[in-house]
Design a protein around this ligand. Structure first.
Ligand SMILES: *Cc1c(COP(=O)(O)O)cnc(C)c1O
Length: 654
């Protein structure tokens, strides 16, 4: 077991000169050792006092309702004692929590929390704002709308509310719900022109038949929506109400899926095309919306990125079979592998099939990788070139990865999770759509005429947030955390980008170290990084030396993982490191690549068959900013591999 005390005690001198921004990073987190305890404590106490003063100064003439002598009463003391007892038990039990803050944790998508966000959330909690509307959250609902604009800017969407086509974003409980919102909005936009036709709205350029109406691209559907609203505004009050009611009656949102498609027998329920690597929230979402799981069509990947050729084939087949497509989902940072789909190629494929009459939306599921976009942005919001971004990395970004981020501006909506690579507390996902006018179609209020391109109007409209979001009541404190974090660390490479930079550097160091590990372990296990990482997740495939059977290799990795996962039965401190596992399926890597991987491991490809069609591998999420501890000259990546080596030698020796 490695000596846990740094040697020489107490601390060795810094091994490296800090790189620019490193000292800024020092103030960002509570730290693995709780290094910034005084800073956090100072902030929490300061703003808790501040909150109390606010209460006292509301109506200082009101006397204290709780008597000053209350704290001496036996009942008071008994309740306090009970409270303390329960809190102590909770606090004790929470010591079994997963040590996300530690650089020894490289399992799932969690790490330390950013201090500005944590402090803002703690600060805002006792005010308890409810972001369902401004009546319950005069301040934080505004911050949520502004946070949506901050995120929109990071993706290259228009973020100036004075522009009529400005983007709009809001927070959700997580990426899952943001994906539902994407589905809901895409469906509303798709079905809207069909409803206009059915309502008999004539002279505003409504498409000539149902198929065309159902195949307007989101942009064209929004244009039509604007023409419809303009036309309504030319009518008298009564006439307007009648037309709106006629339209309302034909909407999919009114009729439901069954009745809507019964009335339009030429149309099929639209499909969602997503890569095989897509998160399972897509399956849940299709069930939830009543589209049906069968409408989720999984597209093969190559090297864990969506295969653009396979997508084209699928789209062409849809066009031939007159199968409408609701949206194509591009994954920006797959949950299991961190890989980046070719957003640019997907945009191009859409342009090509649009010419043949198939129209649909493109949604980017960037729940994981969204904040990597900061690496590609200058402080003025402009895109950084490939060479600019590449400077300072060994491989990152692959040209395909740069092209994918550069094409984000041409997509329709994005999911991003501030509670993942945004390093914020749970309960913060986000949905962003490129053109806010689409929200008129998901609004609960029928009265959705709004002035175009008026900044004040934009803010006023979205202060009634509950009208537009899938949730109702929700934490304003969470919105405050996101907004303040983005203010302290603007979403560009020189500020927020400091964090993703560390993660990518760690991934490159990990990959290099894995190679050395593979060499050192020859004769004990065969080890390989099965595909080059696009970002900050790195996998490792293992097979005990001499074994050729896939099932045995998988069982071996699963047993190894027993040492690397959380085990509530054992004290936390006996754990050396935490990682996670996942599997590689044939449809994800491609046949040729799969053979290469099995070959590198010495596994006989014929042992992979229908009943056992996947390879179990270790998965490492390298998001902790302190994986390489420059201060003490420690690499937790090295230590992890040393530990793995010890475990494996112990296991495979006779
Ligand atoms: C994590 C993740 C989700 C789901 O997000 P939650 O916040 O867990 O609901 C969706 N898509 C991708 C790509 C993810 O990584």
């Amino acid at each position: 077991m490695p000596n846990t005390l740094p040697s020489p005690y107490p601390f060795p001198p810094p091994a490296h000169a800090p790189e620019p921004g490193q000292r800024m990073l020092d103030a960002c987190f509570l730290g693995p050792y709780g290094e910034n305890d005084t800073l956090l404590e100072k902030l929490v106490v300061e703003f808790l006092r501040d909150h109390v003063h606010w209460r006292r100064n509301f109506h200082p003439e009101d006397p204290p309702a709780i008597p000053t002598s209350a704290a001496q009463h036996p009942e008071y003391l008994a309740l306090e004692a009970r409270m303390r007892r329960e809190l102590h038990q909770l606090s004790a039990a929470l010591k079994q929590s997963v040590p996300f803050h530690s650089p020894r944790y490289i399992g799932h998508m969690a790490s330390d929390l950013l201090l500005p966000g944590l402090a803002a959330q703690i600060l805002a909690l006792p005010y308890n704002p409810n972001n369902v509307s401004e009546d319950a959250a005069p301040i934080t609902v505004q911050l949520e709308v502004l946070a949506g604009l901050q995120l929109a800017r990071m993706f290259g969407y228009p973020s100036d509310p004075a522009r009529p086509d400005c983007a709009f974003g809001h927070l959700t409980s997580g990426g899952t719900l943001a994906n539902y919102q994407a589905l809901r909005m895409a469906l509303a936009l798709k079905a809207f022109p069909v409803a206009l036709r059915a309502a008999g709205v004539a002279d505003i350029g409504v498409p000539g038949d149902d198929w065309q109406a159902f195949n307007l691209a989101p942009d064209a559907a929004i244009d039509l929506l604007v023409r419809w609203q303009d036309w309504l505004s030319t009518l008298g009050e009564g006439e307007r109400r009648r037309w709106r009611a006629r339209f309302q009656e034909q909407r999919l949102e009114t009729l439901g899926m069954f009745e809507f498609f019964s009335r339009h027998p030429g149309l099929k329920v639209p499909q969602v095309l997503a890569p095989v690597t897509a998160h399972y929230s897509w399956s849940k979402g299709l069930k939830m919306l009543g589209l049906g799981r069968a409408q989720l069509r999984l597209v093969a990947t190559r090297g864990m990125r969506m295969d653009a050729a396979a997508l084209r084939e699928a789209l062409e087949q849809c066009e031939r079979e007159r199968q409408p497509v609701l949206m194509v989902v591009a994954v920006l940072g797959s949950t299991e592998y961190g890989t980046i789909d070719p957003v640019d190629a997907i945009v191009q494929a859409r342009a090509d099939v649009a010419a043949r009459g198939l129209g649909f939306g493109i949604h980017v599921d960037a729940a994981w990788g969204g904040y990597l976009a900061t690496l590609f942005r200058n402080p003025d919001g402009s895109l950084r070139g490939l060479d600019e971004v590449h400077a300072g990395y060994r491989d990152f970004p692959q040209p395909e990865v740069h092209a994918a981020f550069a094409a984000l501006a041409e997509t329709d909506s994005v999911t991003v999770d501030p509670h993942k690579l945004g390093y914020l507390p749970y309960g913060t996902g986000a949905f962003v759509c490129r053109d806010h006018r689409a929200t008129a179609l998901v609004s609960e209020q029928a009265d959705y005429v709004f002035k175009q391109g008026d900044r004040d109007d934009y803010m006023t409209r979205y202060r009634q947030l509950g009208q537009f979001i899938p949730e109702g009541s929700k934490a304003g404190a969470a919105a405050a955390a996101v907004y303040v974090t983005h203010r302290v660390l603007p979403l560009d490479h020189a500020n927020f980008g400091l964090m993703p930079r560390q993660t990518v550097l760690a991934a490159e160091a990990f990959q290099e170290r894995a190679q050395r590990f593979a060499d050192d372990m020859r004769g004990v296990v065969a080890a390989t990084v099965p595909f080059p990482p696009d970002s900050n997740l790195v996998c490792l495939a293992l097979n005990p030396h001499g074994n050729r059977d896939l099932a045995i290799a998988n069982a071996f990795v699963r047993r190894l993982y027993d040492e690397l996962r959380c085990d509530p039965q054992r004290p936390l401190q006996v754990k050396q490191f935490f990682s996670s596992i996942t599997t590689l399926q044939r449809a994800m890597v491609g046949e040729a690549e799969l053979h290469c991987i099995l070959d590198a491991l010495g596994i006989d490809p014929t042992t992979m068959h229908e009943d056992n069609d996947r390879l179990v591998i270790l998965r490492h999420t390298l998001m902790n900013p302190h994986l390489i501890d420059h201060e003490n000259g420690i690499s937790y990546i090295d230590r992890y591999f040393e530990y793995l080596g010890t475990l494996l030698r112990g296991r495979t020796s006779p």
